[in-house]
Ligand binder design. Structure first.
Ligand code: AR6
Length: 180
């Protein structure tokens, strides 16, 4: 069984096997959690991302997909980069966002990670409502036992109390089972 939990915090300090990055298709850093992860991980992470762009990911990483690198100076062993849908560009399909979470877990399993920390992918610069992100993330992960096989812990690490509350609500046992 995979345990799902939500905590308030800075994902760059998480002591888990793998930290998920809310990246962009270029994979070369950015603002938000992407900027924080690159700043904390140091130049080794950017070098690995550049190497991906020169080899397996010449055209970048598609929305909803995921790829692993080492984690540079972070306490984690791997960073798993995923690209959320950008609502400002009309990317409103929940399946794309769900895919970020399940693809990241598949990649985590492939590299041998057993504990994974996620940020609220797409809930910042990409403009999705954090309550919707929380519902989609929890449903996608709970609904995909194949992706979670071998993963002991999924921890959502949220950067504000409101986003934390949204994830706590999505994780609550009664969530989605009755009328509003
Ligand atoms: N730890 C945990 N969560 C964080 C941290 C942190 N250190 N920093 C920010 N967040 P965003 P997106 C939260 O914008 O919407 C970048 O430029 C933040 O408060 O980081 O997927 C990329 O390069 C929010 O709740 O990601 C892309 O171009 C959540 O992380 C673009 O932004 C996600 O916000 C991706 O946008």
């Amino acid at each position: 069984m995979t345990r799902l939990e939500a905590v308030l915090g800075d994902i760059t300090t998480e002591q888990v096997d793998a930290v998920v990055n809310a990246a962009n298709s270029a994979l070369l850093g950015g603002g938000g959690v992407d900027g924080a992860i690159h700043a904390a991980a140091g130049p080794a992470l950017l070098r690995e991302c550049q190497r991906l762009r020169e080899t397996t990911h010449r055209t970048g990483l598609p929305v909803g997909d995921a790829v692993a690198t080492g984690a540079g100076d972070l306490p984690a062993r791997w960073v798993i980069h995923t690209v959320g849908p950008n609502r400002h560009r009309g990317q409103t399909d929940p399946a794309l966002l769900a895919s970020c979470f399940t693809s990241s877990l598949r990649v985590a399993r492939e590299v041998g990670a057993r504990s994974v920390a996620f940020p609220a992918v797409s809930a910042g610069i990409y403009g999705w409502d954090s309550a919707e992100v929380a519902r989609i993330a929890v449903a996608a992960i709970r609904g995909d036992t194949d992706a979670t096989g071998g993963i002991d812990l999924v921890r959502f690490v949220l950067f504000g109390r409101r986003v934390l509350a949204d994830f706590e609500q999505a994780l609550a046992p009664a969530s989605g089972s009755g009328p509003d």
